[in-house]
Design a protein around this ligand. Structure first.
Ligand SMILES: *Cc1c(COP(=O)(O)O)cnc(C)c1O
Length: 365
């Protein structure tokens, strides 16, 4: 049998190690996962209390239109219901965008390194991928504009960017949108939206009516703490959503995910507390980096990319043996670094001790 040619050259996504895997491999009791930017505070207590209702009629398909959550979110965001699309995680929204817009003979422009799913899905659709290196960990928007030609269909802006945590500002976005051809779709991936504190961060939702070729993606996986349930969404002009709809599976998001997202939206205090705590603990990690003389990217997310005097692989391996799972920079395109999710206070204090120990050992050899 023969797959598409491109698929023979692609590898499946390799997720960070699971807690169970690491426990088994190293015989450890307690493992802290700081590799996938999940919320260390879990999710809103409303979700666990209210989710039972969703288990009553498991024989029935979900509402493919996701009416309940759609209505709630459209009110919350002050957009029309037809301006929303839900996905099995925002990952699936990326896939749907690629299915709808890309094919052989087209190209798509993105930063590198950035969130890997844009490239992966674009390649499967047979599109040419044009990657523009980050400058100081930030999107080089001018160089990205220079890559756009008549065959460009989609441009991806990960804001804040994963794996660096940096942002582009309102002014930079406006300048970019004014130069970008109107028939090129601009994806604003705002997976870490709830964590951003920088006043210069674009109000993309407010800009949406002016930029009809923009689509914003957000998720319940990160600050809302519902990664297990897989639900994210897109916001765009209704004509864009309409053009994507044929590429969405009819029942792509589950009843349980709908219900959990509804409940999570009711608990704004949880999101506030999550971002407040994360910010405080992040400042402690930043102070640690300063003391250790480690460079890092200024981050607006719940993770931080830290440069090291050794390889990311070596540091990640050492941390793993001590019960901390992090992402090695070698695996994400920034050698001699690690990407660390900001965990809870106690875990991060222990983490910093372990990391300090390793840095100390290395400075003696
Ligand atoms: C985590 C992440 C996503 C994907 O989240 P879903 O769980 O699929 O909603 C999308 N974009 C970025 C930049 C991410 O880090």
């Amino acid at each position: 049998m023969k797959t598409k040619q491109i698929v023979t050259n692609l590898s499946p996504y390799v997720p960070g190690k699971t807690i169970e895997e690491v426990k088994e491999a190293f015989g450890l009791e307690r493992i802290v996962k700081l590799a996938s930017n999940e919320n260390p505070f879990g999710c809103s207590s409303y979700v666990k209390k209210g989710l039972q209702d969703a288990l009553d009629n498991l024989e029935l398909y979900p509402d493919g239109y996701a009416r309940e959550i759609r209505q709630k979110l459209s009110k919350r965001l002050q957009v029309k219901e037809e301006q929303l699309m839900f996905g099995n995680g925002s990952d699936e929204i990326m896939l749907i965008i690629c299915r709808a817009f890309l094919e052989q003979g087209t190209n798509t422009v993105m930063a590198t390194p950035t969130f890997p799913q844009y490239k992966h899905n674009a390649l499967i659709e047979g599109a040419e991928v044009r990657e523009v290196p980050l400058v100081d960990g930030t999107h080089d928007l001018q160089a990205m504009l220079n890559q756009i030609d008549e065959n460009t269909r989609v441009v991806w802006i990960c804001n804040p960017n994963n794996p660096t945590g940096t942002i582009i500002t309102q002014q930079q976005l406006d300048h970019f949108m004014q130069q970008c051809p109107e028939d090129v779709l601009v994806v604003m991936d705002e997976a870490y939206y709830e964590y951003v504190t920088d006043m210069e961060f674009p109000d993309s939702l407010k800009a949406l009516p002016s930029y009809r070729n923009m689509i914003i993606t957000r998720t319940f996986s990160k600050a809302y703490g519902l990664a297990a349930l897989r639900i994210g969404y897109a916001i765009a002009h209704e004509s864009i959503i309409k053009s994507l709809e044929p590429c969405r599976e009819p029942f792509n998001t589950s009843v349980i995910a709908h219900r959990a997202a509804m409940l999570a939206l009711d608990d704004e205090a949880f999101i506030k507390e999550t971002s407040k705590q994360t910010e405080q603990i992040k400042q402690a990690v930043i102070a640690f980096c300063e003391r250790q003389g480690l460079r890092y990217f200024p981050t607006q997310t719940n993770f931080i990319l830290i440069h090291l005097p050794i390889t990311g692989d070596e540091m990640a391996e050492y941390l793993l043996r001590n019960g901390f799972i992090v992402r090695s920079g070698e695996a994400i395109g920034i050698p001699n670094s690690i990407r660390l999710t900001i965990g809870n206070k106690q875990d991060m204090e222990e983490f910093m001790q372990v990391m300090e120990q390793k840095l100390l050992e290395d400075s003696h050899v």
